[in-house]
Write a protein that binds this ligand. Structure first.
Ligand code: AMP
Ligand code: MG
Length: 382
């Protein structure tokens, strides 16, 4: 995906496509870290405990200066440390009376105590964020601290989510006994929105060559990514691969040695559009979306390599065929805080009701094999 410049307030969830450097030392001055009084630790060391209050150094005010060593200045958190002062005694450790502050014996009055020293977190020009970083709340704060009102981020792909199938009926519409609710497109859009991929169009196409040609042709002209559900298997009305080829989408692969989701199709359109044909069985659709489509989009947006989440199996699992096995799991923690993947097998790839309440699925290598309790596998979260 190309780079665009976006107002920082709209960048959360995006991938940063520039490196960000400190505008100034961080903190930019010796920063008062507690509300209290600032003074000279030497004076305290010499035994002086009662200091005349000379004035106030507020946050956001230019630096004042200590007029005499046995004076003190009232200071607020976030203020610049007044000149001539080298420490801050918190308000809880002083008693104020008649314009004098008396420091309690328990106070710790050492140089630069309660002072956040200039440049102690980063020096001016230091790299704070690398290109490829995912922008969450802390990274947004760091970028703002560097003085940037706009950030260079990946443009969001325009994604078309298209379901196919003559049997499918929209929620809210009357339905006949032989028909099926259209749920996949809702699940796909939900998974994309959860990842802040919001440029999503969505529609349903009947299993009919001319409609597929017309509508898919249209989406190829307007969208970067097409995510199709259904119509990629071996049935008489699985017309999607043929329609895509007709529209100039080049097949990269059809079928993967995996369960569920074996019929998955992938191709690249004439303008480089990524076209994913996901099998319509709802467990397959969602599994393939999370396993392939979501990571592909993340990479296209310049996301840096992220270590996979690995969790141990809470119970042995047998994989019978020579195909990778995606097993829904619930990730729970034991009394020592260790995570375990608890298998929640479905009643086949049509049984998406069992997915409710699961955290995602693990990928087990092709069998035949029995993976024991404690076998560590990669988890993909919904
Ligand atoms: P297909 O991949 O088109 O052969 O569909 C496989 C199975 O998934 C069939 O039982 C379909 O009814 C079902 N299915 C396909 N698309 C959807 C959808 N959008 N929502 C729910 N079920 C679907
Ligand atoms: Mg179908």
């Amino acid at each position: 995906m190309p780079i665009e410049s976006s107002p920082i307030s709209q960048c959360v969830g995006s991938t940063l496509r520039e490196s960000i450097f400190a505008e100034r030392d961080q903190p930019p001055f010796d920063r008062v870290a507690m509300d209290g009084i600032a003074g000279d630790s030497d004076t305290w060391r010499r035994g002086e405990r009662r200091l005349k209050l000379q004035g106030v150094q507020a946050a956001g005010a230019p630096q004042t200066a200590l007029a005499r060593k046995d004076y003190a200045i009232e200071v607020m958190t976030g203020a610049i440390l007044p000149a001539g002062c080298d420490c801050v005694v918190p308000i809880e450790q002083i008693d104020v009376e008649d314009g004098y502050a008396t420091i309690r014996p328990s106070a710790d009055v050492t140089p630069f105590h309660n002072v956040h020293r200039r440049g102690s977190d980063a020096c001016e020009g230091a790299q704070l964020l690398a290109s490829g970083t995912a922008l969450r709340a802390p990274e947004i704060a760091v970028a703002a601290s560097a003085g940037l009102a706009r950030l260079r981020v990946s443009r969001q792909p325009a994604i078309a989510v298209v379901s196919t199938g003559d049997e499918l009926v929209e929620p809210g519409e009357p339905i006949a006994g032989f028909q099926v609710r259209r749920s996949n497109a809702y699940a796909i859009v939900a998974a994309l929105l959860q990842r802040r991929l919001a440029r999503v169009a969505e529609e349903h196409i009947r299993d009919e060559e001319s409609s597929l040609h017309e509508r898919l042709g249209l989406y190829l002209g307007t969208h970067d990514v097409l995510v199709l559900s259904g119509g990629v298997s071996m049935g008489r009305f699985d017309l999607v691969p043929k329609a895509l080829k007709h529209l100039g989408v080049e097949e990269v692969f059809h079928r993967i040695a995996q369960r569920p989701g074996a019929p998955m199709w992938f191709g690249v359109g004439p303008a480089g559009q990524a076209v994913f044909g996901l099998p319509g069985n709802p467990v397959s659709t969602l599994t393939c979306l999370i396993r392939y489509v979501v990571p592909a989009i993340a990479v296209s947006m310049g996301a840096g390599e992220r270590a996979p989440e690995r969790v141990a199996l809470a119970a042995p699992v047998t994989v019978d065929g020579p195909r990778a096995y995606f097993l829904p799991v619930f990730v729970g923690h034991d009394d020592s805080g260790r995570p375990w993947a608890h298998p929640r097998p479905t009643n086949g790839s049509g049984d998406f009701l069992s997915l409710a309440g699961t955290d995602g699925f693990i990928e087990l290598p092709p069998g035949p094999n029995t993976y024991p309790h404690g076998f560590v596998a990669t988890v993909y979260r919904w």
